[in-house]
Ligand binder design. Sequence first.
Ligand SMILES: Nc1ncnc2c1ncn2[C@@H]1O[C@H](COP(=O)(O)OP(=O)(O)OP(=O)(O)O)[C@@H](O)[C@H]1O
Length: 264
Amino acid sequence: MNLLDVTDLTVRSGDTPLVREVSFSLRAGERLGIIGESGSGKSVTSLAITGLLSRGLTASGSVRLDGHEVVGAAEKSLRPLRGPVAQIVFQEPLTALDPLMRVGRQVAEPLRRHLALRGDALRAAVTAAFAEVALEDPRLARAFPHELSGGQRQRVAIALALAARPRLLIADEPTTALDVTVQDGVLSLLERLVAERGMALLFISHDLAVVSRMTERIVVLRGGSVVEEGPVERVLRAPRHPYTSALVASARALDSALDAGGAS
Ligand SMILES: Nc1ncnc2c1ncn2[C@@H]1O[C@H](COP(=O)(O)OP(=O)(O)OP(=O)(O)O)[C@@H](O)[C@H]1O
């Protein structure tokens, strides 16, 4: 059984479709990328997968997460899936963090709820969760979100997402809001954690270079529809849709411009 099966997913705002008949699957441990320009429906798709669509948006079709139907399911039946089955890391880490709570307590919460840890075992697990995302200084766990840098905040958001040991991590443009100098560190961290834990990864980005680095297979979204899907290597070498060709060409042009800049 696949960990995730999205079949003919359509999301509408009133009568306007934002995502149209999108289908793809993800096996346990697999890394899949969704690429597309701004407004192509990447975030709406990832929110529909976890049943987090905002009010006013309606989904049809099917999203089966670990065998459970998400489309049309009651919030109560979705809650147990968020955490142990699927978690999202958002573009802006403050989306996931409570501004009024010390970050250590925030990471403790899912460890207590999903893994039933208490007392010393809970404290040790929080320290380990911070160490795992390379936040070793014990003072950091006592900080409030606004006292951390953007990169540190995203590391806390990753620790929070991973606390309940999800089998699927959805990373929605996790480095777009970060300084270029810290982007690479966060991507390497995600690569390491996904490999160590054997998690499946759904990595969403508008950046073809980043998606190719992080995933094995790519789904290309345009205007809410899938225009192409295939292994990263094949899509880069022989794109089938003109839109994908344009994406590959522009990534190549940027790469050679950077090379030329580096050589000068
Ligand atoms: N809550 C909402 N109500 C109405 N329209 C929405 C809502 N959320 C998103 N949309 C629209 O749906 C379309 C897809 O948005 P989405 O956020 O999924 O794009 P995206 O590919 O993730 O873009 P970006 O890379 O900029 O995050 C856009 O046209 C957007 O304006």
